[in-house]
Design a protein around this ligand. Sequence first.
Ligand code: FE2
Length: 294
Amino acid sequence: MNIDGGVNDAREEALTAEVVRSFAAADPRLKEILSALVTHLHAFIREVRLTPEEWSAGIDFLAQAGHITDDRRQEFILLSDVLGASMQTVTVNAPPNPAATESTVLGPFFADGSPLAANGEDIARGAPGSPCWVELAIRSESGDPVRGARVEVWGAGDDGLYDVQRSGEVMANRAHFFTGGDGLVRFWGILPSAYPIPDDGPVGRLLAATGRSEMRPAHLHFLVSADGFAPLVTHLFVSGDRYLTTDAVFGVRPSLVVDFQEHGADEEAPGGRTIAGPWYSMNHEFVLVNEDGA
Ligand SMILES: [Fe+2]
């Protein structure tokens, strides 16, 4: 690991072991997590032969992430997202059952307290963008409709912003539904648009320094929970989006890419609605698996 003939190797290994031993009295899970964290962190420092200046730059980076974080801006989730840590956590916790709809990241824009909506409602509430009719079927692995599922939906407008990023307190293009016996959710929302993750902070500088895109491909977010089933956190992505292969947060699963159909203004819209311009529609089935993931 270094070239000094082993003196430093022995000191470095002894230090790691000493820190790991310091957790001996901790709760078993906490001990496991901290011991592995320290072991990997020390191995990283030793592998790259981290200099004091680089260590200091890392500390400054984390401090800046803290300073820009507030109730509406969560830079640490963004950092986790762009390092793939969020998606790896999703991946290790996903139900092992291949029948389950695949999971992806929650992202930083979920908000508690979304309005309850009824089937057929328009949840856009002034969010800018083209109207999009969404139909979802919530099914069990055996194909039965799931009654009483809570379905949270949230998405950006075509300005690339979520309601929580705009001034004011209006929750727009965000709602939750409960399924009835047919397991269906239907609503008017906004056609998803690709958007940049907030890039005016340290995470944006990290992306710029590494020549990476700050863009996320167009998507809608969903969180589905129902008694007896494993909760599902996922997105649906718009097929054909130019950023599907360069998602800044590595969240795309091919099974979550779906077609959004374009309709002319002269086509009758669901609910007898009259729409001035083109509108869109999408339908998809979510498959929930049992609580134990089986
Ligand atoms: Fe998003």
